[in-house]
Design a protein around this ligand. Sequence first.
Ligand SMILES: *Cc1c(COP(=O)(O)O)cnc(C)c1O
Length: 368
Amino acid sequence: MSSPNRIPVYQPDLTGNERAYVLDCMDSSWISSIGSYIERFESALAQITGVGNAISLCNGTVALHLAIHCLDIGPGDEVIVPTFTYIASVNAIAQTGATPVFVDSRESDWLIDPEKVEAAITPRTRAIMPVHLYGAICDMPQIMRIADRHGLKVVEDCAECLGSSLNGAHPGSFGDVGTFSFFGNKTITTGEGGAVIAKDDALAARLRKVKGQGQSLTRRYWHEELGFNYRMTNIEAAIGMAQAERLPQILERKRAIAARYRELASDLPVSFQRPDEGVVSSEWLVSVLIPEHTDREKLMAGMAADGVETRPVFYCAHEMPMYDQGPRPDLEVAGTISRRGISLPSFPALTAEDQDRVIASLSKALGR
Ligand SMILES: *Cc1c(COP(=O)(O)O)cnc(C)c1O
């Protein structure tokens, strides 16, 4: 850990207008949740995603909670979610009082398996939450067909896929609501931050109202329904606006990094995520599966000793104490991915030499 030139898994690129825009907030005293950067950032998101309505929020977890809440899902309802996901996807369901129902992943792209979604539907199922992990996109055509056939809502967790596309369409544009996170390690960041997008204007208006204490959008201090304070600050939006301006360059760098990793690791016994045809990945965090019986902890410690930080992929949610209801052999594809996966340094400023070091270290740790 004390090795010089330690390569982290992530660090945000704040080399654009971030500083200038934050200072503008300070100088103008618009530091709270009203201000021009909020509107500009929301317009930028609407434009990037091609979905007319984008609403800024204080993080990606509340984005999911707000979405499920505003689809009137709660106690007694079930929401289908992949067990292999970041815990926020599952917690947001539980926070509404609804029950998360876990589904396995596909071997190819590590994402929720639509074939297994249909089998998990019960009379209490109200929604499906596809999670687009690491920049790849779930099989949305098939998921939307299933949702339509069974009258289910769809909330897409797009926290890791800003800038990805499936047949030219941005994720979050398929289902009822798409949610985003702008945490420090996401494709673009606002420090902490999030957003929802929704095609339906009435749903978008409800999301906007409920995010602001349920206050009427036209009558001050008149609260029409239960609401939350999920607002983003103008300072956060200022950082986000500067980031959004450089999204194309950030994506270009991340895609080049991912392509180079694949090339450099082509002789190693590791496998990469294989997105569906038609998917252009944002390559959020390049991750690989190491061979089945390799000691992952030891491998990661070996790489850390070389100054290369790595991170395990997510543990399966159904194994966490609050969701664990015993053995689930039907979730074994997800289990395997979760035990074998590690994420590699993947930030925009990563150099070719850094990448060479990462792969040399990985190769050594694999005993090559
Ligand atoms: C980051 C992330 C979230 C949560 O976002 P926060 O902004 O950290 O609350 C939700 N889902 C996935 C898949 C994520 O990667």
